[in-house]
Design a protein around this ligand. Sequence first.
Ligand code: ZN
Length: 458
Amino acid sequence: MLKFLQNIIAILTVKSSAFLIKLFKLGSGTNLPGRIARKISPGILSCLVNQTKKEIITITGTNGKTTTAGLISSVFRAQGRKITHNRKGANMLNGITSTVAENSSAGGKLDCDNSILELDEAYLNPAFDEFNPDIVLVTNLFRDQLDRYGELNTTAKKIESAVEKSARIKPLKLVLNSDDPLVSGIADGFGEDGLTKIFFGFDRITHLNEQKSFFSPQETINCKCGKPFSYTKIFYGHLGHYECSCATKRHTPQVRAEAVAGIDHSIIKIKHGSCGQFEFRVNLPGLYNCYNALSAAAAALEAGILPENIKNGIEKYSTTFGRAESVTLKGKEVLIQLIKNPIGATEVLRTIKNDKNGKLLIIINDNYADGRDVSWLWDANFELLAGYNKTAVISGLRAADMAVRLKYAGIKSQNLIVEQSIKEGLLQALEGVNNSEKLYILPTYTALLELEKLKQTL
Ligand SMILES: [Zn+2]
């Protein structure tokens, strides 16, 4: 009885604070309500999320979690499933708790077919103490916020131990990117019955609008034996077709695909053993979104979603908060794209460098959630912008560092406006854009949150 009352108070707290946050436009505010709810009723997440009628799906990895979870949700809705989804990308335990509590009735009932939960790589272990997922999707592992998480192999091991722990309690399907050697090696030696592994990967990717080949490794990855992998194909970063002299090699994927990747959309053709071939269009820019769409399709197939609904859901998908989000601000066309690590940022730069009518606002913060170390800016390929001869506005707490980085990338200092205040930076950037131009805003995570608040005041 006490537990029941605690749950009800916790749920009402989340619902009322979500209402107040919206009323007073206090931003996306998803963490604090969840934190309070967990203090009031520590078992709240477990109690609610375990009421999910069909699969609980967790999405993790360095890049693309939010977009992939959004694509999966769209696909499941196309099949008529009722879902719970932490769509604002609040992917630690507090954020997930807020989401499921908001989706529950005041009496503590969660009425949904599927829970689709994006989870931060470092939080799988504690999360799987509270619930056991049916499907875990790992998108990719890149160097990201090293000061927070340590090296990539450590991250892979964390995911591995969480997944193996959960598979001992409840059967689990692990959906892995076979083109990423770090991801496809997860749970390699795990011999128990509870775990089924499904691999997805590209046989071939053709690029539209891109004359220069970019099949060169951007990040060196070593095999578990310590030797570097050799590649027959590299798609981006360390993703491709690889092998090592010790006999470790890319797993042949069950969900195979070919892509024609363009600046603002791509076409993907999937080959799957039991579902045959099907094709769809991804209305999102760049190669990284081809991977997001393929991984979403692979997870959906495992949950019994029909190919026609995968196609409908992916084609209908419009972007979420800060992930290639198109908006109009002060009458100007704006595309907001979060940047947070070298490979992701490089792929975004590659996508926008071909737009001759594009202008730039880059906002770099170094708060905890961004990662305190901004040395990653030196690993991102800002050289792609060399020859950029329009004005770029640089803003945020680390605007000065970003400006130095751009000067070394070959951008003339007279083309740079450095304005630490994000509000001033945004206003100046918008002022400098005419009607035939588009403003590309590249913020780090906490800069994105601030932008979100500013957008409501313009
Ligand atoms: Zn090896």
